[in-house]
Design a protein around this ligand. Structure first.
Ligand code: ZN
Length: 509
């Protein structure tokens, strides 16, 4: 049983090993290379020599100091053994950065922490180097094959209005700008991507007080809160500077006409951000009972009861929102089908309901834990993910079926998920707060781990462990009608608050 599940569990468990040799893949278009690596300090480390060779960078060692410089025509990076400071030089200007983990030396070779090195090497490469935590692989993308990246926003005051310049790494296919009645300017650029931290922390300017950037499946929407009212807007691309330019006029002018097809496509993308379908996933079911708790209570029955209560609450409180359940009776639904059901229903939020349990009962561990999809950080999170993922053993052919999660598929899904991580994390926080505030369940915090059921759902997704069936106090509450009602009500509050935050600034019709 363990050997069969090892394809899946390898991803979850390898973070626990120390100083184990590990080949690190680099995907570059159609080709793959494997670089030497090791696991140290609970992180994957990659050979700087192998990585720079694979990327076509040159390299020299600084004699007895053990320092290594990696360089291209556009700059260099200096690595020092057992030191977390690296020096990046571009156009002969050196700047020092501190990595969260040190560069390590092993057998005369230097190793860099794979998770943190990509952005710095990208600075001296022609393309973008990314490391994916879930698949433990690097991906290198040439610039010309990249989606236009929004790099900066600047403003300019003119006599008859204002100008907003949005700089990109290359020209997008389509752009749209609309003034909202609420003093907002909405700009949609397709296709595009952006740096989340940077764009959502732009300082106020003379034209707007803040900017909110959202990644849609193939476009970016920027919402500017304007400082004054304008009568009309006009948008165009400036190919000489790779920018989208929005002119805001105090007087009325003619509007740019978009083709019907592009207009429809942009409108459809905007609607994607209405939180109008919520998917409830009661864990386990049918031949898979889930955890068996004190007094023989089965997890599958508790999760279904809470799921149904949640559905009823949502129908009452959010009558315009469609509620979809992955199961509404005691039946077996494979893990990958659950994400599939959510995607087919065009779900905008996915919540998987579970109960925790310890191997020995009774046990003191108690409380509510909420998870979103990211490689497991703590031993406890990894244990719980492995326990929930073990549900695949009830499926026929699971070995063949989940093998794809080990390869390219996982890179794609985890990349698709990265757009939702911030939202999933926020939703998880709200569940913790709202459920623990109206139940005796303690707030045990938000965690991250590789839950298979969350991988398939292309939307913000969380898994909530609503207390421990192995704990005498938790189980009494979990199996009671009152307890199930209260947990559902707490989750409903969290959904209502999340939906309000999520749709704020985007719900223009
Ligand atoms: Zn479960």
């Amino acid at each position: 049983m363990l050997r069969k599940a090892s394809i899946v569990l390898l991803i979850l468990y390898s973070g626990l090993l120390f100083a184990q040799t590990q080949a690190v893949p680099l995907k570059n278009g159609e080709s793959s290379a494997y670089m030497g690596g090791t696991v140290a300090l609970n992180h994957v480390y990659v050979s700087i020599e192998d990585l720079s060779s694979a990327l076509g960078l040159r390299r020299f060692s600084l004699g007895s100091t053990g320092k290594v410089s990696v360089y291209s025509n556009s700059g260099s990076i200096l690595f020092t053994p057992d030191n977390s400071f690296i020096t990046l030089s571009k156009a002969a200007v050196p700047k020092t950065y501190q990595l969260p983990l040190p560069i390590l030396e092993n057998g005369g070779k230097l190793y860099a922490p794979a998770s943190f090195i990509g952005p710095y090497l990208t600075e001296i490469l022609g393309g973008v180097l990314r490391y994916d935590e879930l698949t433990r692989a690097f991906t290198y993308m040439q610039r010309d094959s990249l989606t236009p990246m929004i790099t900066d926003v600047r403003v300019q005051q003119k006599d008859n209005g204002s100008v907003v310049h949005i700089s990109l790494s290359s020209l997008p296919k389509a752009e749209d700008a609309a003034l909202g009645e609420d003093g907002m300017l909405y700009v949609t650029i397709m296709p595009a991507t952006f740096n989340f931290e940077k764009l959502n922390s732009l300082p106020p300017t003379s034209v707007y007080s803040n900017v909110l950037a959202i990644q849609n499946p193939s476009s970016v929407q920027l919402s500017f809160r304007l400082k004054k009212a304008y009568n009309s807007e006009e948008v165009y691309t400036d190919s000489s500077t790779n920018s989208v330019v929005v002119n805001l006029y105090s007087h009325v002018s003619s509007k740019t006409i978009l083709s019907d097809e592009l207009r429809q496509k942009l409108d459809a993308e905007k609607k994607n951000w209405k939180l109008d379908v919520i998917v409830i996933d009661p864990g386990h079911g049918g031949k898979d009972p889930g955890a068996i708790g004190l007094g023989g209570v089965e997890e599958k029955n508790v999760t279904l009861a809470i799921g149904k209560d949640l559905r009823n609450d949502l129908r009452e409180r959010l009558p315009k929102v469609k509620v979809v359940m992955t199961r509404d009776k005691d039946e077996f639904v494979p893990l990958d089908m659950r994400g599939e059901i959510a995607n087919q229903a065009a779900g905008k939020l996915f919540i998987s309901i579970h109960c925790n349990s310890m191997p020995h009962k009774p046990d003191g561990a108690h409380g509510l834990e909420t998870y979103f999809l990211r490689p497991g950080k703590t031993e406890e999170a990894i244990r719980i993910a492995a326990q929930e993922n073990a549900a695949i053993k009830y499926e026929n052919d699971y070995e063949k079926k989940y093998r794809s999660y080990d390869a390219d598929n996982l890179i794609l899904t985890s990349m698709a998920h990265s757009a939702y991580v911030k939202y999933s994390e926020r939703f998880a926080e709200l569940i913790e707060q709202d459920v623990s505030s109206i139940t005796p369940l303690t707030n045990d915090g938000v965690g991250q781990a590789g839950f298979l059921v969350l991988i398939g759902a292309s939307m913000p997704a969380v898994l909530v462990e609503t207390g421990y069936l192995s704990n005498p106090h938790d189980v009494r509450f979990l199996r009671s009608k009152v307890g199930q009602n209260k947990i559902a009500r707490g989750i409903t509050e969290a959904i209502i608050q999340f939906r309000a935050e999520y749709e704020k600034n985007f719900a223009q019709e």
